[in-house]
Design a protein around this ligand. Sequence first.
Ligand code: CA
Length: 226
Amino acid sequence: MALVLVVEDELTLAQTIELYLKQASYRTERAGDGKRALELFRAARPDLVILDLGLPELDGLEVLKAIRAESDVPVIILTARAEEIDELLGLGLGADDYLVKPVGARKLMARVQAVLRRSLPAQHARAVHRIGALEVDAYSMVVRVGGRPVDLTPTEFRLLHHLASTPGRAISRNELYEAALPESDAYERAVDTHLANLRRKLGGAGADGLIETVRGIGYRLADLTV
Ligand code: CA
């Protein structure tokens, strides 16, 4: 889960923000002054920074400048004064969002999620499973064998993606059914039909024998990494 660095010198507010984030399953780090914020930023490499402007040691503006000098990490600014937002925008320092205190939990979480949605595709794009000549790209939903795309139905893609996330693991029909046909009222055996089509397509593309049958259980993807 994404790691959020909370930079806020008012301890109660910082702890409250951390609590909201944790309830939404984010991991958090907390800094109470600007110097500590930069130390933690460099050590923990967060996915998002929530940054208060009024801070001891090094103020929020200096922290933002230092972060921007080395990273495009998304930053949400918290400020006590709405006028500060105009000043900041004028400086063109590239914060991703601005919130004026007091900040409600719901609003803050909505902004956190929106900012992360915009920034995280770049990371998902790297989430490509490679098994031998097979490539399963979860971000673009494209499957390639030897660099050439294979035309799959959405259900076939979900089946293959689920198998490819844990090569070598025997996966039950039921688990594959839940992963690939969640809104379907077909029977579990429908998995077999889709798997047969998937095998045929992969075989046609030159990746034969990748999907193995596990008797009495279901299927597994051959683990070519060992
Ligand atoms: Ca403050």
